[in-house]
Design a protein around this ligand. Structure first.
Ligand code: UD1
Ligand code: UDP
Length: 441
């Protein structure tokens, strides 16, 4: 079996690293294709070094540009490589332009796509990431899903349950593994001191880079107005290149940079960043990955957005959406700083993203699919079976697995009262209402 991984930005490298490791552990052939979307040393190469993963076999060097230019260039490059390498499955992760391009190319070449972190939805169609993840889901054969909530998003859109594999999020694998490595290597305060971070009290780690925030002058200004008032905090701001460019363009960079309590630094390596965030009192961010890492590291997060495709972090109590409104940001920050009980509750929010074995679950299920021939995509040679969709109330003790084999059916949705729950094989359906597809033979 040969597995190809496509990645191109910082979060994809971090979140695919545990899977790349696991593929290697299993002695499976693998190739890594870097689109080159992120190319600065501190946004790309440093992560291959820190996370100890092999350098990519190919780099398409797309660089920066409009969405059309980036996506077109990536598709051309990826197609050429896949025609030559002929992998059995291609893995894409998340919602970047690499995911969109990779998934589209594979679907036309009839190569199976495994979408890592599938099923997330912000329901905001103005976000490029929402389009990317939805298209990738349409083109995929295997879905590696972080939570039941995301699986339910896919069921509600009509995706078959058969290929939805709930794994947790590989960010938890990455976080646990690398925090441990960072501590062992004595990174601790030493490397943070190298970054001129001496005062470890009251740290607020800030990251922002979302187009809808940093490309919008009014929104950035409003966030900066809030930051100016947080003088009791030691704000560490590893700045994303997009954000630096936009702040300079808006003439806001110097104003922010000269504030004593705000420490703007270049993007930092993963080991340093994990140490920094784990020692923070609070995280202020619009990053997707950081919302997940905050709840994994038990640090309260305020998210500078009006929606999130990670609602589990909010319902679990570890994350609050504050948008870009100055008063909402300040009100919630002050509550975390001054209300100990509230802060503790946020810190202790249960992590919805699993136990750190997402990579193992992902690779194990790929092996199973490969062994059963399920990764082959062939045009049909038989007349399709037809099915009827039915609804039923279950009164007896019967599991999903048992029901499906007795009835020659696939359960699509399960309702426990008004709540929709994910039909896991071992779930007892007694008292529940189900919608299922019954196949005619
Ligand atoms: C991309 C992803 C976003 C992800 C983010 C992670 C898409 C549509 N967006 O956004 O989902 O959350 O990566 O960080 O795929 N630049 C540099 N050096 C670099 C890379 C970028 O200077 O190494 C600058 C360029 O001016 C570029 C800008 O940053 O125009 C934006 O980069 P781009 O790759 O278009 O999108 P991101 O904002 O990084
Ligand atoms: N990160 C990092 N160094 C930094 C800032 C962030 O290593 O200076 C990591 C962070 O731990 C997280 C990932 O980068 O795992 C998030 O990337 P980003 O915010 O760029 O993208 P998103 O997750 O929003 O797609």
């Amino acid at each position: 079996m040969k597995i190809a991984t496509i990645l191109g930005t910082r979060p994809e490298i971090i979140k695919m690293a545990p899977i790349i490791d696991e593929i290697k552990e299993n002695n499976i052939d693998q190739i890594i294709i870097h689109t080159g979307q992120h190319y600065d040393q501190e946004m790309s190469d440093n992560f291959f070094r820190d996370l100890e993963i092999q350098t990519p076999d190919y780099n398409i060097h797309v660089g920066s540009g409009t969405h059309g230019k980036q996506t077109g260039h990536m598709m051309e490059g990826i197609e050429k490589i896949l025609l030559k390498e002929k992998p059995d499955i291609v893995l894409v992760q998340g919602d970047t332009n690499a995911v969109l391009s990779g998934a589209l190319v594979c679907s036309k070449l009839h190569i199976a796509v495994g979408h890592v972190e599938a099923g997330l939805r912000s329901f905001d169609m103005t976000m490029p990431e929402e389009i990317n993840r939805r298209v990738a889901d349409i083109c995929s054969s295997m879905y590696f899903i972080p939570t039941e909530n995301s699986a339910i998003n896919l069921l509600a859109e009509g995706f078959s349950r058969k290929n939805l594999i709930i794994t947790g999020n590989t960010v938890v694998d990455a976080c646990f593994r690398h925090l441990e490595i960072a501590k062992k290597r004595g990174f601790e305060e030493k490397s943070l001191k190298d970054l001129n971070i001496n005062d470890m009290d009251n740290i607020l780690t800030l990251t922002m880079h979302r187009a809808e925030n940093v490309d919008n002058k009014e929104r950035v200004k409003s966030i900066i107005e809030a930051l100016k008032e947080l003088q009791d905090m030691n704000i560490i701001f590893p700045i994303h290149p997009r954000t630096k460019n936009m702040l300079e363009k808006f003439g806001l960079f110097d104003e922010l940079n000269k504030l004593d309590h705000i420490h703007i630094i270049k993007p930092i390596g993963y080991l340093d960043f994990l140490l920094l965030t784990s020692k923070s009192t609070l995280i202020l961010t619009d990053s997707g990955g950081l919302q997940e890492e905050a709840i994994t590291l038990n640090v309260p997060a305020l998210t500078l957005r009006y929606n999130t495709e990670r609602p589990e972090t909010v319902t679990a109590g570890g994350n609050i959406l504050v948008g870009s409104n100055k008063h909402t940001i300040l009100k919630n920050t002050n509550r975390i700083l001054n209300d100990e009980k509230f802060a503790e509750k946020m810190k202790n929010a249960p992590n919805p993203y699993g136990k750190g074995n997402a990579a193992k679950k992902t690779v194990n299920s790929i092996k199973k699919y490969y062994d059963k021939g399920l990764l082959n995509i062939n045009a049909p040679e038989e007349i399709m079976n037809s099915f009827t969709r039915k609804m039923s109330q279950i009164t007896e003790d019967i599991t999903v697995d048992e029901f499906e084999s007795f009835e020659n059916a696939l359960i699509h949705m399960v309702f426990d009262g008004e709540e929709m729950i994910f039909p896991k094989d071992e779930l007892n359906l007694k008292g529940m209402t189900i919608i299922y597809d019954k196949y005619d033979i």
